[in-house]
Structures are given as structure tokens and as C-alpha cells.
Design a protein around this ligand. Sequence first.
Ligand code: NAD
Length: 497
Amino acid sequence: MLYDKLCAIFEYMKYERIKNFINGKFTDVTSEKILFINSPVDGTFLTELPCSTGADLEEAVNSAKAAFLLWSKTPIKERVQVFFRYKFLLEKHLQELAALCSEENGKTISESVAEIEKCIELTEFACSLPQLVTGETLEVSKGIECRTERVPLGVVASIVPFNFPAMVPNWTIPNAIALGNCMIIKPSEKVPLSIGRIAMLLKEAGLPDGVFNIVHGDAEIVNAICDHPGIEAVSFVGSTNAAKAVYRRATENLKRCLALGGAKNHLLVLPDATPDMTAQNVTASMSGCAGQRCMAASAMVGVGPVDHIIDKICIEARKLIPGENLGAVINKAAQQRIERYITEAEQQGAKILVDGRNVVVQGKENGTYVGATVIDYVTPDMAVAKEEIFGPVISIIRTNTIDEALAIENANPYGNAASVFTQNGGAARYVMEKASAGMIGVNIGVPVPREPFSFGGWNESKFGVGDITGKSSIEFWTKLKKSTTKWNPEAGVNWMS
Ligand code: NAD
């Protein structure tokens, strides 16, 4: 406490030291391991984050377990009332949440506003869950009824990445909790602030203490979550290597797990594509949230002569001004990694049409920015063609046929999204059928399915069965109870009874 006060007096850091949220209260983390959090926008020292220990997790699991006894027995129509109120609170605090999200993540305010609007849509879906989990009954034999009902799992965990500090947590919080589970969330250690505000709004909305808990930390506490016998299911969103590690560890411990990984999304552009619309979509997809979206366009595969469209993409890319309508990337390491990719491609013979390296934003010299970058004549063997860059960079690969373009898309190990830009319905249909990705777009740069449709990729972009949002998430967050009843003795006994 004294330390926090001294920090505030000397304006040492902007927010007080990060705390866990357990049993409805913010609680101190006693840990030797402290991470320092700076804003990517201008380098402001925001806060310190102590990494939780096994003892902190134990406290959170105990609190969630205790809350589960009552919460799981609360009828779903009552449980969703919390989320009707939460939706109202998200609307009321939209601007304030968006500002916090931008401050810690670096995205522009309008991008953060869109992120909170998406949280509202996710919550609306959770409010509709009573309509979707009514179960089934049938008289299967004379006087004998079978009935199914969806039952919550117990204490569940949600591990989330840095790129959407509010939205990705809200992929799991409303659905898992409305379905009767109690949750422990492990936010990204790079963006620990927004989630604290979300916890306060859930409490204000009337969520009972212990139903939602936050445990901050890094990979070490994720491992402890995967190992903890009191946690029934783990959902994970992050990079592919971490997703694989979490999936292996959680399932080795016999937990249900759904782990979403990284991405390398291909946009196939045909010569008949509408030039302006295509250029705007490609540019917005690769640069939105500074390219730090798992649905971002990363490789554009031109099929035949598409120079007229590439020219327009360059015009659009040059309109993006870092620090104004293009946000920051998360930290210095990310900035350096992205610039390394660009330099390596250039050294290997690719042509940099628009160069976003070495950006300095006046007045925000300590911010971490990369300008929009367009790289042409990329070949499929280059790292910029194959790997997730996670920055505002589009790598253009030129091909002559749709099959050649699809072979490149299919060969990539990821499989989150793929899009095609064309006015030819047959060509679009062909790409929809042949692309190896879970989410396909036609003339759409970011083909995110909206609720009630579910979100989830294929291949190395997702491990586990089902999707994380929408109707598909119901299966993940519940188990099915099947009851068979007979109340009329005269029904007799035969092989079916
Ligand atoms: P990250 O994998 O570094 O971290 C994600 C979470 O996992 C964090 O909470 C972190 O503490 C934890 N973590 C990191 N390494 C770990 C390890 N070895 N073992 C256990 N836990 C570990 O990801 P990030 O940098 O925060 O986010 C960017 C990545 O997330 C990108 O690859 C992006 O494509 C991906 N992402 C995917 C989706 C999707 O829907 N598929 C959505 C958003 C982000």
C-alpha cells in the first residue's frame, strides 16, 4: 500500500499495481516476479504486474468452486439477467473502456470503440442462450420418455492474448458463465488493465462473488491452470506454439480444451475484382489494429494481371498515418520483429512498394509504431509469405491461375481465414470450396462470422473440437445429461425399457 502511494506521489506509474480479482474483490499478488507495463502509444509507464503463484490460483479455484454450488443451480433465465445489465453497462461505459483499451494495447480509439461494440454483440448472444438450450424430450416407447439437458461443467479457465484486451475475454465470459460455469481468466500479461474494469462491470451487473475471477501472470500460471485438478475445461487464444503446448498439457491432464492459435490469412485477388473496393478491403484488413488481428490479411495472392489494384492498395496504404489513423504495435520487440521481416524480404529480392520502417511519431517518440507496408514480388519460400508477421504488412505473391494461388494457400499450415475478390460467382464458389480455412470471405477483407455464427479456424489455427463463440460454444461449455423416465407401471418391461 505504502509503495503504491509513493508511486502515485512521484507519478512513477499511472495506475496502481495490478491485483487479482478473487471472490468479488481485488486482491494483492505476493510475488517476486514483476513485469512492467508501458503504453505502446507513447511509452508511458502504466503499471506493474506481479505474476501470480500457485497459491493465488488455489484461492481463485476455491472461490469459483464455492460459487458454482449456487450459480449452477440458478435457472438460466435468471443467470442471463446479469448479462442484460452487463450489456447496458458496456454501452454506458463504452468510451471509457475504449480509451483504456487503446492506452494499453495501442490501437486507435475508433478501433477500440468497435472492439467494445463487439463485446456488446457477444453479450447479446449470451442473453439469447435460454432459447438455444431448451433440450429435447420424446416418448421413445410406450410410457417411456427420454430427455436431454445441458449442464455446466464446473470451474473453467479462459486464457487470452494481448491483441483484443476486451473482445477476446468476452468471447468466453458471457457464454461460459450464462451457461452456469464459474470462470478463472488469465489475461495477457501485456494488457492487464481492461479486464479489471470488466470485472467491476460484471459485479455491478449483479454477478455473484466468485463466479468470475482474474489471475494475472505469464506462461507459468497457465501451466498451473492446465495442471489444476479443480479446473474442468481450458479455453485458450494466442499464438500457435503456445496453443499447442496448452492443448497438450490440458488434455494430458484429461481436461476439455479448445486452443485457438495464430494465422496467416490469404486474400486471392482476381483481375476482375472491383478495384476501389478491393484495395480498400485489402488495406483495411492488413492494417486494422496495426495488423495485430488473427483475421488480418497477411498475404495477397494476385491471380493474373492485378497491377491496377496493387497501385490502388499503395494509395490506400499511404493514407495511413501512424499515431493518427494507424495505431501502435504492442511493444519494441514486436516493432523490431516486423521490421526484420520487411528487411529480410527486401534482401531476398522482394520489392518494398510502401515502406513502414523507422517510423517516429512526433510527440510520441517512445511509442512503438510501424507504418503500413506493401511488399511486392514475394515468393512462396520467403518468410514473409509463410509466417505470421502480426504487423501492418501485406506480402504480394503473383500467380497465373486460381489453382496455383490455392496451392499456396493450402500449403500454409495455418487455416484461420481466406478471402477471394472477384465479380465471377463461379470463381468465388471454387475458392470457397477449395480454400483450407475455417472462415471464408468473398469480397470481404476480414470474414469474421457475426453472432449467432461461430468463430474458429482450422489446421494449426485451432486445436480441439467446435468453435469458441456462437452456437458452437454451447457444446464446449456444457455436458449433455440424458434422462430416461417411466412413471406408468402398466407400460411393462421389454428390451426397450
Ligand atoms: P501468446 O501466445 O504470446 O500469449 C497468449 C496467452 O498465452 C497469454 O495469456 C500468455 O501469457 C500465454 N502464453 C504465452 N506463451 C505461453 C506458453 N508457452 N505456454 C502457456 N501459455 C503461454 O499470444 P499473444 O502474443 O498474446 O497474441 C498474439 C497471437 O494470438 C497471434 O499469434 C494471434 O494470431 C493469436 N490470436 C489468435 C486468435 C484466433 O482466434 N485464432 C485470436 C486472437 C489472437
